[in-house]
Design a protein around this ligand. Structure first.
Ligand code: SF4
Ligand code: SF4
Length: 204
């Protein structure tokens, strides 16, 4: 009854859905090693964990042969967790289009640039599993292909200063003009469909 985890596309956090659905603790959080882990001796083969990760990072199979094939696919998977962060979370300053801003001044300069701009205001407390993430590249595509997306981390006591009532908060601008905002995370269904994001952005 093997359970396999593709750590290349898993952000390996304590907020993992697998921990919630496993009825026996076979899928568990190893607090010493700070990792999700699997204890085969406790696994009853219910398969629940295999359906709970929408990143498709957890696989359940009752066949050793299939497990070997899955392991081969995981080994050959060219993706990395860094790719996933950029694609789904925008957390890495990898390009001039997707950036991390580190000061109020830089955020202001970004907003006043001559391009459409999205600023994500967020707090460190909000960073959990990537399943609770924002499909940034899709949002940029819908808003404006040449838009920049910047993440700016704030503290809860700075909400008022940046006119943020809840995080994450995505604020949209064009040439310095504020267009509107989207607040909060979205459900997994919405994340998959992206439709609500698109509708909201198109109404801005
Ligand atoms: S739910 Fe999150 S932490 Fe759990 S396997 Fe999927 S990506 Fe990893
Ligand atoms: S198959 Fe069931 S018992 Fe085994 S790790 Fe997954 S959720 Fe837990």
């Amino acid at each position: 009854m093997p359970v396999l985890i593709n750590f290349k596309i898993c952000d390996n956090c304590e907020d993992c859905n697998g921990l919630r659905v496993c009825p026996t603790g076979a899928f568990y959080w190893d607090s010493e090693k700070k990792t999700i882990a699997y204890d085969k001796s406790k696994c009853i083969g219910c398969g629940a964990c295999g359906h709970c990760c929408s990143n498709d990072a957890i696989f359940y199979t009752d066949s050793e042969e299939e497990a070997n094939e899955i392991q081969k696919e995981i080994d050959e998977d060219p993706r990395t967790i860094a790719d996933l962060f950029v694609e789904r979370y925008g957390a890495m300053p990898v390009s001039e289009q997707y950036t991390f801003e580190t000061s109020e001044e830089k955020v202001k300069n970004r907003i006043n640039s001559n391009r459409p701009v999205i600023i994500e205001f967020n707090t460190n407390e909000n960073i959990n599993c990537l399943l609770k993430s924002i499909p940034i590249t899709e949002i940029v595509k819908v808003f404006a292909k040449n838009a920049t997306y910047s993440k700016f981390m704030i503290n809860e006591n700075e909400y008022e200063k940046y006119d943020v009532s809840e995080t994450p908060c995505l604020k949209f601008y064009n040439q310095g003009k504020f267009l509107g905002e989207i607040k909060g995370y979205y459900t997994l269904e919405e994340f998959d469909q992206l439709e609500s994001f698109i509708n909201k952005i198109n109404k801005l």
